[in-house]
Design a protein around this ligand. Sequence first.
Ligand code: HEC
Ligand code: HEC
Ligand code: HEC
Ligand code: HEC
Ligand code: HEC
Ligand code: HEC
Length: 500
Amino acid sequence: MKIRKRKYPDIFYNPISFMGAALASISFGIIIFLIIFEALEKNPKPYVGIVTFVVLPAVLIIGLLLIAFGAIRERRRNKRGITARKDFPVINLNDPKQRTALIVFSLGTIVLLFLSTFGSFKAYEYTDSDEFCGTVCHKVMEPEYTAYQTSPHAKVGCVKCHIGSGADWFVRAKLSGSYQVYSVLFNKYARPIPTPIENLRPAQQTCEQCHWPSHFYGEKKITNTYFASNEENSRWSMTLLMKIGGGHDETGVTTGIHWHMNINNEITYTSLDKRRMVIPYVRSVARDGKVTEYRTTDKNISDKMIAAGVSRRMDCIDCHNRPSHIYHNPAVSVNNFMSVDDIDTELPYIKSTAVNALEKGYSSKEIALDSIKTFIENFYEAHYPEIAREKKGSITQAVTTVQKIYKRNYFPYMNANWRSFPDQIGHMYAPGCFRCHDGKHVSPEGKVISHDCNVCHTLLAQEFSDNKIEFSLNGIEYKHPIDIGDSWKTTPCYVCHAKK
Ligand code: HEC
Ligand code: HEC
Ligand code: HEC
Ligand code: HEC
Ligand code: HEC
Ligand code: HEC
């Protein structure tokens, strides 16, 4: 009995091929739905591409394979003489049993379709959350996520800086998002993850959406407390007035770091390395169009090397390269915890012991946490047995605090720490500003990129371990905490302070 002529060869009319066809068309439908939905969305989500371009197409292909498999199986059966059932079952709606079955089936399908649409929408939303960015590839992103959670931008979503609106960036995010999933699945990722400067959107489109450069701040006072590596952990402090500045011709304040660097001048530079640590050539174009070219006087750098370097227009991220993923130098963290008495400053040599315990280059977090404990406890048992007994509580607390510092700042599995991701905002633990402001970048007219200690900040006050205070609103002459002669004037700070 033939009802009508079939459009496709008979072998396609079998249950397995039907199932495959259903699977393929549903996933195809959802793909189209997501693509349209995303195109209309104002803030497209970065990782939904994984679902749209990886997961669903996989389902679609499985569907297509099922169609083929069903057809081949059917042909084999035909050859062996097993005739397939050629017709659809006849549904008799007058039969109460069949009627109920049909109603249950149809309602079930509708509910299922509704739920799966809702589900894929929810999945879509989830790919945008910080939780997804930070934890789905847990081990891989652990350093960035941990640092982010305690940063000033902990409430700013990952996607606010890493991806944003605009079709161009949307496609780039999509591609790199899918690549990231691939690299995690196949263990192909670099440790540590390389900094994504090329993949970040221009600062005007991220940072400047929230921070308005023409409306920058006056001055910011920073007070740092330090402890020396001697038996008494001698304490002193330094107060700096950072000349942040900024402004606009019409609003008045037109001074300071942001004004010179960002608003009044357009600065382009050439670096020799991808991480932009060595900057031999800088070009500044002032508002009136005056061009000044600065070149390092370092004899080891030839013009040929500079010509082969990478050029970039300077923006926020060249100074604020760690706005969110900040890994602290151990001296900074230990000083901070000592200044609030979370580490007892009466413990002899605690500053240097804590710093040494952190900097041993452990191969895993577990080993690190154990070794920190034994290292500190052994130190006091061996050198100060009495203190080890009397101040047992203080030592235990010091151990816990140092372990906390470790967990927050060192990630051996990913090779992430303050050395692999130097913070360029200052000049103590990374070249930072001194990449250009080392007093050795000179223009043909003899202009030097300033190295004066009071040009970026005013050294307002310095308090020494004997409680003597030096103070001046016009800036004091710097005195290095321990006597190193004049070498702080000639050797950049980070050369000694970021030494292994
Ligand atoms: C305030 C802006 C901002 C936010 C918010 C932010 N990042 Fe970043 N991220 C950056 C900058 C800037 C860099 C480094 C750019 C450079 O130095 O080239 C970076 C670098 C990274 C890197 C590369 C490795 C590294 O440390 O340099 C990863 C991975 C990363 N971010 C993941 C995340 C994740 C996951 C989140 C959310 C939990 C997040 N980011 C939130 C600005 C941000
Ligand atoms: C979605 C809004 C948003 C974006 C995008 C954003 N920030 Fe911020 N930023 C903030 C907020 C809010 C604070 C204040 C946090 C606080 O005071 O606790 C802040 C604080 C800061 C601070 C001061 C940190 C401190 O130690 O006090 C700096 C520097 C900064 N942002 C730089 C950047 C840079 C560079 C970028 C681009 C990579 C950026 N921000 C992108 C909202 C944003
Ligand atoms: C030449 C280097 C440099 C550039 C370029 C730069 N900044 Fe800054 N910025 C600084 C320094 C230095 C500070 C003060 C030190 C600190 O807060 O740690 C600062 C402070 C800030 C602060 C904190 C202000 C406060 O009162 O706490 C914000 C916000 C900020 N910058 C945003 C930006 C944004 C957005 C851009 C890009 C348009 C930018 N900066 C470009 C060096 C720079
Ligand atoms: C890529 C090179 C480069 C880096 C890195 C850099 N600067 Fe500059 N900076 C310059 C140049 C070039 C000038 C001089 C502009 C001109 O020609 O007047 C300048 C000028 C300044 C001035 C004005 C100085 C004066 O004599 O009035 C300040 C303040 C300043 N920079 C602060 C900073 C701070 C703070 C940092 C680090 C957070 C920094 N700069 C990092 C290149 C750099
Ligand atoms: C090009 C600008 C610039 C110049 C020149 C400069 N500094 Fe700084 N300095 C900074 C910035 C930026 C910071 C970081 C502020 C912060 O902690 O956010 C800083 C931080 C410091 C600190 C605190 C360090 C810390 O992290 O504990 C000291 C001390 C200091 N500077 C001394 C000096 C001395 C001494 C000189 C002269 C040899 C000098 N600076 C020249 C920009 C500059
Ligand atoms: C020739 C090497 C050398 C140079 C250059 C140098 N320092 Fe130091 N600095 C030391 C030594 C050694 C100590 C003592 C270490 C300790 O006590 O923990 C020290 C200690 C310090 C401390 C207190 C300890 C702490 O907690 O970090 C500060 C602050 C400091 N130096 C700032 C600077 C600044 C700012 C510059 C650049 C203007 C600079 N140093 C340049 C060798 C140097």
